[in-house]
Design a binder for this molecule. Structure first.
Ligand SMILES: Nc1nc2c(ncn2[C@@H]2O[C@H](COP(=O)(O)OP(=O)(O)OP(=O)(O)O)[C@@H](O)[C@H]2O)c(=O)[nH]1
Ligand SMILES: [Mg+2]
Length: 369
């Protein structure tokens, strides 16, 4: 194929992909500070009663619905990939040129250079020189992506021996931490656990209000402090209270923006230190939330946060609004961190358990096997 033909596939893919808002926000370089450190965290004036846990049920029909929504959520990613792949493989032999085009498409889909090269080599193995169809290629890719994702598809661990299980949720501003906590609380409650949330993003008043709304939706209490209060102090108080009142899970929201990156990282480290004063094993899970629309920038975020806290797993959000779903594959390959769940929308039920094969097939626009 000529260069201009090739450019055609590229530009089609780029067009699909570049509808995403590129986000190269550096970690933590944010608004100027107006931080007042309060001495003590205040207990919330009124803590809503726990609503009765909703029975956990995931029947076959419900599962089908979830798969459908996952596929819908990933439609921009899968649309970009499948149109590019069918463009290459309409009545074409698998030769060096088509393989190179396929590799480029996978790289453009944020799968990462090494992963793309390896997958293309595997696809070429038994098929080189043969006529292939695009659906055959998509099936083969889905299979391979499933293999990469399988080892990292791990739900947030259940720790019945920890009471409460402390889950610290971190990430840069706007990635979806607070929303993810609201959705996680819902899932935990569906599983019959007693959940409390702590609004340790004390930097912004709006952040506390946002978490309180999720608290009301879920019927679970939110520990909060005055704006500017010491986030670590609040985390300490929340853990004491959750333990005294027999909560199973404490979800800790944190700030995504502070005066600067160092301030953000210092605060996170301090929260961890202070939690350990009460429970040496806390936090039991440190979940880093990443926004898929930021593409390769997510790699940088994982590296930076890992230097400061012991990140134990990932949640990847906004997969509904992006053609960059492939970034999940690149992250799995590079870091091997568990992916607990993926966000495919803003609603309370839009946090999906991360299922490797289902995700891989959805990414390639294929029906669940
Ligand atoms: N489409 C979509 N939007 C999401 C998803 N998760 C979160 N959002 C939206 O992203 C925006 C930011 O979410 P927040 O939960 O406030 O993000 P945050 O990380 O807590 O932000 P800061 O507190 O400012 O650091 C909100 O408008 C959410 O509704 C998702 O999976 N899909
Ligand atoms: Mg927030």
């Amino acid at each position: 194929m000529s260069d201009s033909g090739k450019t055609g596939w590229f530009s089609r893919f780029r067009r699909n992909r570049d509808n995403d808002v590129p986000d190269d926000r550096p970690v933590g370089e944010e608004t100027p500070p107006d931080v007042v450190i309060a001495e003590t965290a205040q207990a919330p004036e009124s803590v809503p009663e726990m609503s009765a846990p909703v029975a956990a049920s995931a029947g076959a029909g419900e599962r089908k619905g979830w798969m459908q929504r996952l596929r819908e959520g990933l439609s921009r990613s899968s649309g970009a990939l499948t149109s590019s792949i069918s463009g290459i493989f309409t009545k074409r032999k698998l030769d060096d040129e088509t393989l190179e085009e396929l590799e480029d498409v996978l790289i453009m889909a944020d799968l990462g250079v090494e992963t793309a090269a390896r997958m293309v080599a595997t696809i070429a193995k038994d098929r080189f020189g043969k006529e292939v169809t695009d659906s055959e290629i998509r099936e083969a890719l889905a299979e391979q992506i499933g293999l990469v994702l399988d080892p990292v598809a791990k739900a947030l661990p259940e720790r019945p021996d920890r009471k409460p299980q402390v889950v610290l949720v971190a990430g840069v501003n706007g990635v979806g931490k607070t929303t993810t906590i609201g959705k996680l609380a819902r899932q935990q409650m569906l599983a019959g656990r007693k959940v409390m949330m702590a609004a340790c993003d004390t930097f912004r008043a709006a952040a506390v209000e946002q978490l309180e709304i999720w608290g009301e939706r879920n019927g679970c209490p939110v520990m909060k402090a005055t704006t500017g209060a010491d986030a670590a102090g609040l985390a300490f108080d929340a853990l004491a209270r959750a333990r005294d009142e027999g909560y199973d899970v404490l979800l800790v929201d944190t700030a995504g923006r502070l005066q600067n990156k160092q301030g953000l990282m210092d605060e996170l480290a301090k929260i961890v230190r202070v939690l350990k004063k009460q429970d040496q094993s806390a936090p039991h899970d440190v979940v880093l939330v990443l926004d898929a629309t930021t593409g390769q920038n997510t790699h940088n975020q994982v590296e930076v946060f890992r230097q400061m806290v012991d990140v134990s797993g990932l949640v990847i959000t906004k997969l509904d609004g992006t053609a960059r779903g492939g970034v999940v594959v690149a992250l799995a390959e590079r870091f091997g961190l568990p992916v607990h769940a993926v966000g495919v929308g803003e609603a309370i039920d839009d946090l999906r358990p991360f299922e490797a094969r289902a995700f891989a097939r959805s990414l390639l626009g294929l029906e669940a096997a």
